[in-house]
Design a protein around this ligand. Structure first.
Ligand code: 5RP
Length: 220
């Protein structure tokens, strides 16, 4: 099976976690796109969706799925999204698509985070994938210096602006042995909007696409 077929399989498998007559939180990226396409098959059985990016909102709307503003939603049983890396504790690196801040906000409202990922995303230690950090533009150099102090090698994501009008630094070289501690440390740096570490609020369930089928892994 190709990586895209594995992504599609987990996108379809995530439908089993969607609660009927509820509002669904929807992530961003190629795996989340497969989920959105699958969700179209049950659009008559959900009240609508909250999107974590402009791109996902457009894809949902293209399928005729009602897209709601998060501020109009007080209850969301499930949020479904991909990841760039995920470990056995279901801590994740996210933000390869640059939607990390809105993803973290929508995930914070949801009761359950269902991560959908192909098998290549499961790692022993987070950090081989450069950690995305969304930054207020005027703080770029300051945050870069702080990332170097933490042992990282930050690189500006060239030509990229987030849906919130900010920049993204991709920080390589971090062996992330204590994800919640590093998430807190980076989030405290002035000028950082969000670290793409999802550890304090990790996933509750991982649907992992493997050539043998979709494995369900729950947070220990
Ligand atoms: C976007 C994300 C994505 O979930 C992450 O980049 C995985 O993307 P893909 O499903 O395309 O592999 O965090 O900001």
């Amino acid at each position: 099976m190709t990586q895209d077929e594995l992504k599609r399989a987990v996108g379809v498998a995530a439908l089993a976690h969607v609660v009927e007559d509820s509002i669904v939180g929807v992530g961003t990226g190629s795996t989340a796109n497969h989920f959105i396409d699958a969700l179209a098959s049950m659009k008559g059985r959900i009240r609508g969706a909250v999107a974590s990016s402009v791109a996902s909102a457009a894809r949902l709307a293209g399928h005729g799925i009602t897209v709601l503003d998060l501020n109009d939603v007080s209850e969301m049983p499930v949020y479904v999204d991909g990841a760039d890396e995920i470990d056995a504790n279901l801590c994740m690196i996210k933000g390869g698509g640059g939607a990390l801040t809105r993803e973290k906000i929508v995930a914070a409202v949801a009761k359950k985070f269902v991560c959908i990922a192909d098998a290549s995303k499961l790692v022993d230690t987070l950090g081989r994938f450069p950690l995305p950090v969304e930054v207020i533009p005027m703080a770029r150099e300051h945050v870069m210096r702080e990332m170097v102090k933490l042992g990282g090698k930050p690189v500006l994501r060239a030509g990229f602006v987030t849906d919130n009008g900010n920049i993204v630094l991709d920080v390589a070289g971090l062996a992330i042995v204590d994800p919640p501690a590093l998430e807190a440390a980076i989030n405290q740096v002035a000028g950082v909007v969000t670290a793409g570490l999802f550890a304090r609020r990790g996933a509750d369930v991982l649907l992992l696409g493997t050539p043998q089928g979709v494995r369900t892994i729950r947070r220990p």
